[in-house]
Ligand binder design. Structure first.
Ligand code: NAD
Length: 267
């Protein structure tokens, strides 16, 4: 049986898509003919160059746009969703991906960092979903995919707000899925283990120098200590899961927190 995702003509908003995972997922959708609205921070010239590069890879007349909403600001989030609907005429897919990290002991955690993590990761997922759902209900179909984390299912020390926010995203995902189960809208979370982003690649060299060990040992013993397959999650591992969830092939999957983590959360 040949699987065709049939996504040409669909419209997606992907929050936090000016780098890393969000940018890779935006590219994967555009290559399938999905028009995408990018979002996130960064140097305007680089954002425009990246947008144009994704546009060049887009299939079937898909358009690639950018909106600069700060995902900590509810009014700007409403504007982002409204912009996609107005400019592209519909909204089929919402990927809540924007995220930040800060690591510190709970009794020393700066108040403003707690507030920022909860706002960018958890509250933005609520606000974007709230504004996307009426459009998707009117269409009779929609796909919401929240990029959570293995840290939405199991904890690590010194990451209390990150874990609180990501566990919250998983709970929010399940509640929305139950509530919307008869509307044609599915809501799922993808829970990646460690993904090889540029930030992580830089850390490997730095840690190897600091610890006087090889880059391979840094990967196995330090960065991927919790990940039994000792292999980073690749962007395409997440893109494949996303295409499954947003296409008709994935219509029966809703309310799931899907691990892509090399058996981390199986331990
Ligand atoms: P990244 O830092 O490369 O990208 C984060 C994106 O979010 C950027 O586009 C940034 O501009 C945007 N962003 C941050 N604050 C924002 C705000 N206030 N408003 C709008 N945009 C904002 O990170 P990444 O590694 O690609 O992570 C993407 C998502 O995946 C995050 O939710 C992260 O928690 C999750 N995740 C990452 C990993 C990993 O190993 N990298 C593992 C599991 C989950």
């Amino acid at each position: 049986m040949a699987v065709d995702y049939h996504l040409e003509g669909h419209v997606a908003v992907i929050t936090g898509s000016t780098s890393g995972i969000g940018q890779a997922l935006a590219t994967a959708l555009a290559e399938q003919g999905v028009s995408v609205v990018l979002n996130g921070f960064g140097d305007p010239a680089k954002i425009e160059a990246d947008r144009a590069a994704i546009q060049a890879k887009a299939a079937a007349n898909a358009r690639v746009l950018y909106h600069d909403a700060d995902m900590t600001k509810p009014a700007e989030i409403a504007d982002l969703i409204g912009f996609a609907h107005k400019e592209l005429g519909r909204l089929d897919i919402l990927v809540n991906n924007a995220g930040i990290q800060h690591v510190a002991p709970v009794d020393e955690f700066p108040d403003e960092k707690w507030d920022a993590l909860i706002a960018v990761i958890l509250s933005s997922t609520f606000h974007a979903t709230k504004h996307a759902v009426p459009i998707m209900k009117a269409q009779g179909r929609g796909r919401i995919v929240n990029i959570a984390s293995a840290h939405g299912l199991v904890a690590s020390a010194f990451k209390s707000p990150y874990c609180a926010a990501k566990f919250g995203v998983v709970g929010f995902t399940k509640s929305c899925a139950v509530e919307l189960a008869r509307t044609g809208i599915t809501v799922n979370a993808i829970c990646p283990g460690y993904v090889k982003t540029p930030l992580i690649e830089m850390q490997i060299g730095d840690q190897a120098k600091a610890r006087g060990i090889s880059p391979e040992r840094v990967v196995e013993d330090v960065i991927l200590a919790a990940q039994p397959n000792k292999t980073f999650v690749e962007y395409q591992n997440l893109a494949g899961m996303l295409l499954y969830l947003v296409s008709d092939v994935g219509s029966a999957a809703t309310g799931a927190a899907l691990s892509v983590d090399g058996a981390w959360t199986a331990t």
